[in-house]
Design a protein around this ligand. Structure first.
Ligand SMILES: C[S@@+](CC[C@H](N)C(=O)[O-])C[C@H]1O[C@@H](n2cnc3c(N)ncnc32)[C@H](O)[C@@H]1O
Length: 373
């Protein structure tokens, strides 16, 4: 580890490595501004023991919750967007590939259905019909309260492969479903690329991706780990008891940098979820008001001596350092500042996907404010 302190409480170094390959395959679900599993893994290792309770109030794709469970801890995951639970829950105790295959075979996909919105710029008519058919099957199961973990898994994989850049996705060439472009923009992309949507076998794609997600070993102790899911505002989590959490590892929305609802519009459509009310603060002052309330709530749920690892990025090209903004708010809520970790790592960009030179090196940094109750 290469540590270079620039003041007594700020440490810069490579605390964990970037390689996704070292992480468990179950993490491989796309989400805007997600952190690498190595980040929660580092803090879970440092500050907790098996059986402890780990909480993420801004759960996203559930990196913290999943990593906690994989390490034999209990997890609480909250996000204001109901999509979050749909992406995380089935990966906590995943079904077997055989069960997924059997279920897929049993689902009848109709040939002549149309979506309730125009999706012709994304999908071949038969693929669209199959997607709508799957969507209706899942909704019926949900409405009848018989959606099980196998259905939830299929829902999660389908949600994650609605659109993308290769034949591994349901759509013609486009952006991934966590950055879905509008219908108008897709029509332009199709014109520019002179492309029309070709048929995609959605059952085959779901099975192939399931196999990939399930390729890492799942140790038996994971099955015993428990997880709780909440869908609401991180400022109001009355379902979580006072003094009950051992560690929080989280990353809030960075002002209004990412449009979580717009970027996920197709995923929300497939899941029949109305647009959620996601915190989108335009100014640091407005963001600080929300974050102070979040810290007050975190202080309530944390056990005495519990740790909070609060990851924030640099926004406005480094002009605003959100770690410096959150510190006084956390202290006002009662937390003690232990240190700020700035994790920097050099990485080699994956050339074959993005068309850049194989040895081109970039940097990636996370700024984590570490607090204690
Ligand atoms: C930076 S992302 C978290 C990503 C997560 N660390 C991961 O690895 O996937 C921030 C998340 O906060 C959620 N969010 C925004 N405002 C919220 C609020 N007021 N309460 C709870 N969640 C909120 C967004 O929906 C988004 O999923």
């Amino acid at each position: 580890m290469n540590l270079a302190p620039f003041n007594e409480k700020t440490l810069i170094g490579a605390f964990w490595t970037a390689s996704q390959r070292q992480a468990h395959s179950l993490h491989e679900v796309s989400y805007r501004a997600c952190f690498k599993p190595q980040l929660p893994e580092y803090f879970i290792n440092q500050y907790t023991a098996v059986g402890d309770v780990i909480y993420d109030p801004f759960s996203g794709r559930g990196t913290t919750a999943l990593q906690a469970v994989l390490m034999g801890r209990s997890a609480i995951a909250n996000d204001v967007n109901p999509l979050s639970e749909r992406l995380v829950r089935p990966r906590i105790i995943p079904p077997t590939l055989e069960a997924i295959q059997e279920r897929l075979e049993s689902i009848h996909l109709a040939e002549n259905l149309k979506a309730d919105i125009d999706l012709s710029m994304f999908y071949h008519p038969t693929t669209e019909s199959h997607i709508v058919s799957l969507q209706r099957y899942l909704q019926t199961r949900r409405d009848n309260l018989c959606l099980d973990v196998i259905d939830e898994w299929i829902n999660m994989v389908a949600t994650n492969h609605l659109t993308g850049h290769s034949s591994g996705f349901f759509s013609v060439y486009t952006f991934p479903p966590n950055q879905a472009v509008s219908a108008t923009r897709q029509t332009k992309i199709n014109q520019q690329r002179k492309q029309t949507p070709d048929y995609r076998d959605i059952k085959k794609i779901i099975l192939k991706k399931s196999k990939s997600l399930l390729r890492s070993e799942i140790k038996s102790k994971n099955q015993r780990a428990s997880a709780v899911f909440l869908t609401g505002d991180a400022r109001h989590t009355s379902q979580i008891q006072d003094n009950s959490v051992d560690l929080v590892v989280t990353s809030p929305p960075f002002l209004d940098v990412i449009q979580y609802a717009d970027d996920n519009w197709l995923r929300l459509w497939f899941n029949r979820i109305p647009t959620p009310n996601i915190t989108m603060s335009k100014t640091v002052a407005a963001w600080s008001v929300v974050m102070l309330e979040v810290f007050i709530e975190l202080y309530r749920v944390c056990k005495p001596s519990a740790h909070v690892a609060f990851e924030v990025g640099e926004v406005k090209k480094g002009k605003i350092k959100l770690d410096e903004v959150v510190l006084p708010l956390a202290e006002q809520a009662g937390f003690t500042h232990l240190k700020t970790l700035i994790n920097t790592q050099a990485f080699t960009k994956t050339a074959n996907i993005w068309g850049v030179k194989n040895n081109e090196v970039g940097t990636n940094s996370n700024r984590i404010v570490l607090l204690q109750k």
